[in-house]
Design a protein around this ligand. Sequence first.
Ligand code: PGA
Length: 251
Amino acid sequence: MRRKILAGNWKMHGLTVDLQEINEISKFSKSCETEIILFPPITLVSKISSSITESSLKLGAQNCHFNQAGAHTGEISAKMLTDIGLTHVILGHSERRTAHLETNEILREKIKAAWENDLTTIVCVGESAETAKNGLTDVFIQDQLTKTLPNHIKINRLIIAYEPIWAIGTGEVPSLKQIKKTHDLIRNLIKNNYGSLAANSIRIIYGGSLNQDNSKDIFSLPNVDGGLVGGASLTHTSFIPIISLLEMQPN
Ligand code: PGA
């Protein structure tokens, strides 16, 4: 049985005034079976009260460096994230792959650094609109995931997010058939490369324009173990309904 997950990626959003949103989400998460993880900007983390961090809501970062420490101006290491009590990190988000030129090889090193510091990673993969249009999604995802994941994986520290680039922040989502096909492909790839235990245990979540109108059908797909939400995670009024829809799904 895989526990459902809903992750909220705040990206470069969130000021002190928005801590009340985190408070509300935290209060709601107490009664949930679903694992709920928020990724606020790092600037807010120290302001989040210990009552929240001790509740069922988990907190993560949106990136980390692959070195433990050193002359890397502007960077934050996995060790530093663990040091401030974070438990998760998102790696390989398309915005970082594209705007920060993070290659599969760099990401593999970041994943290893995160695991060495006991962080659970949400590793993102996803194709561009052009790749999708050319019918090359399967080939692309297979190649990207194989090259991004280390040869030896930590099953209990890995979550995979399928996020088509063209669906992020656009209001567009792939058809249910397409989401199912890609999630099935990812689970098969995990099985072939890492074995049945890994394939049965690793959570595969969908991300890209999830909202309270489209998530119910997506969450009901057999290989979808939850979601990675951007825009709709910024307020409790838009995030909590999505959590509720996931809660309704049988495990
Ligand atoms: P979105 O972002 O929900 O705003 O499309 C998802 C993401 O980038 O993780």
